[in-house]
Design a binder for this molecule. Structure first.
Ligand SMILES: Nc1nc2c(ncn2[C@@H]2O[C@H](COP(=O)(O)OP(=O)(O)OP(=O)(O)O)[C@@H](O)[C@H]2O)c(=O)[nH]1
Ligand SMILES: [Mg+2]
Length: 455
């Protein structure tokens, strides 16, 4: 997400060479970032706000001797980015037992219906005992109603059926009565999309809003849209008073304009972000995480979350104990590959690391369709447990080799490559035996150079 913008901001910072932060450095970096913001479709108002924030912060913050000029400016930019992205409003909580009504509004195709399902699942996870109902007033497209019905089955929520001839206001009133009568805690109402501001649909929405007075009106916006989404958000806000924004499709190649401009435009918080099509892909919007990503500081929180979901703590501890003793087998390698695959593959982990924006696209692609990993995996899986623990048994035994090649469908070169890589890794683990790893890492943290780059 926001890869181009991230690349440009980190380029602006990388160009700085002075030791102490000078006003001219700030101006140059600001000009470059401004150009990047314009390309990312950030609004003029937000850019002006950002500029004055940076200048004020640079005046206010003392030039810290311990920080390089680059790090100092980065700190200031991070604060200004946070100011653009964050809002004091906390995430709504849906703990109430009385009925809470949510109205989902936005342009056509923004992701409203999908987000109804995601929000339902999100509320359910936070409040497992809650009864949730969904209703659709997208009466113009029977398919849209069907889509919500399917989502309601998938999330095991109640679907409010309605008669074809009813108008949206009546449907909503019936749905509210139905939800109250049957002791539901949440009612989510999906609305029809519109291509642009369409006066008739807007009046319809106003009437619905007046009739049911929702507790929350969420404006779903496609994060790929850029500034034009903001003017529309302003209109929605005037007519139905948006309570919060849900930024959808943040997983696609979004430019960042909406996220960075919305606060300056309508002073409403971005509450959640949609990070994929699946129902589980809704996450609270975390300004710090986005700011760090824009500064190429890596999505460490996202990575930690992924690791937490997929890493088996016991196995990791076992492996680290074994590495301490200088032991490393093909089974260990296989387990690592499998864990990385569960986390979405090497490429997806790579993208979350600091400096990720600097990795050239072709390299990420190469890692993405790395057939080598598949080859290693199938070779190891065709070995017996004994061979996985003692790969030297294969090195000198033709019939074992033949069996592994046949089982894995790989060729001799693949097997030789694996054994060679294993030998290298084994040598490295032996070097790390008895806490040498810690010494290496300490050296790393002091010099800022990874062990493999240190001479
Ligand atoms: N990648 C990605 N796709 C999404 C996300 N949210 C929604 N989509 C996709 O966007 C498309 C439109 O989503 P809908 O939920 O139907 O959008 P809508 O606003 O209800 O559309 P209308 O009812 O036609 O106005 C679908 O293909 C969704 O799967 C997201 O966060 N990430
Ligand atoms: Mg829809």
């Amino acid at each position: 997400m926001y890869k181009t913008l991230t690349q440009k901001i980190s380029q602006a910072l990388a160009n700085m060479t002075s030791k102490q932060l000078k006003d001219s450095d700030i101006q140059t970096a600001l000009d470059e970032i401004e150009r990047a913001f314009i390309e990312a479709d950030v609004s003029r108002a937000a850019i002006a706000h950002f500029r004055s924030d940076i200048l004020e912060l640079a005046q206010r913050t003392e030039k810290e001797k311990s920080l390089s000029a680059q790090a100092h400016l980065m700190k200031i930019i991070r604060e200004a980015l946070l100011d653009l992205l964050s809002h004091e409003t906390p995430l709504p909580n849906f703990q109430h037992h009385q009925l809470q009504i949510i109205l989902m509004v936005g342009l056509q195709g923004a992701g409203k219906t999908t987000t109804c399902g995601k929000i339902a699942q999100y509320i359910q996870q936070q409040n497992p005992k809650h009864k949730i109902m969904m209703a659709s007033i997208d009466i113009y497209r029977p398919k849209a109603i069907e889509q919500l019905k399917i989502l309601s089955t998938q999330t095991q929520t109640t679907f409010h059926p309605h008669h074809d001839t009813l108008d949206p206001v009546t449907i909503c009133q019936h749905a509210v009565d139905h939800a109250k009568r049957t002791n539901h805690q949440v009612l989510i109402i999906d609305t029809a999309g519109r291509l642009d501001i369409d006066e008739e649909r807007m009046q319809e929405l106003e009437s619905v809003n007046r009739a049911i007075n929702p507790n929350h009106t969420f404006y779903v916006v496609d994060s790929m849209m850029g500034q034009s989404a903001l003017q529309i958000a302003e209109t929605f806000n005037k007519r139905v008073d948006i309570s919060g924004i849900i930024l959808s499709k943040i997983d696609s190649d979004t430019k960042g304009g909406v996220a960075l401009s919305v606060k300056t435009a309508i002073e409403k918080p971005i509450l959640w972000m949609g990070t994929g099509e699946h129902l589980s892909k809704l996450e609270p919007f975390d300004p710090e995480r986005i700011a760090d990503q824009l500064l190429d500081m890596g999505d460490i929180i996202g990575l930690a979350k992924k690791a937490q979901q997929h890493f088996d703590e016991k196995k990791s501890k076992q492996l680290s104990d074994r590495l301490q003793k200088g032991q490393f087998t093909l089974n260990d390698l296989l387990e690592q590959i499998q864990q990385i695959n569960q986390m979405g593959g090497m490429a997806s982990i790579l993208k979350m690391l600091p400096g990720a924006a600097k990795i050239p696209d072709h390299m990420v692609k190469m890692i993405e369709d790395d057939t080598k990993v598949t080859s290693i995996q199938s070779l190891i899986q065709s070995m017996t447990p004994l061979e996985r623990n003692r790969p030297e048994l294969i090195r000198n035994n033709k019939s074992r080799q033949k069996r592994v090649l046949k089982g894995s469908g790989r060729n001799k070169n693949d097997l030789n490559d694996l054994i060679k890589s294993y030998d290298k890794m084994k040598k490295m683990t032996e070097k790390l035996k008895g806490g040498k790893m810690r010494a290496l890492m300490q050296q790393f943290s002091q010099s800022g150079q990874p062990p493999w780059d240190q001479s």
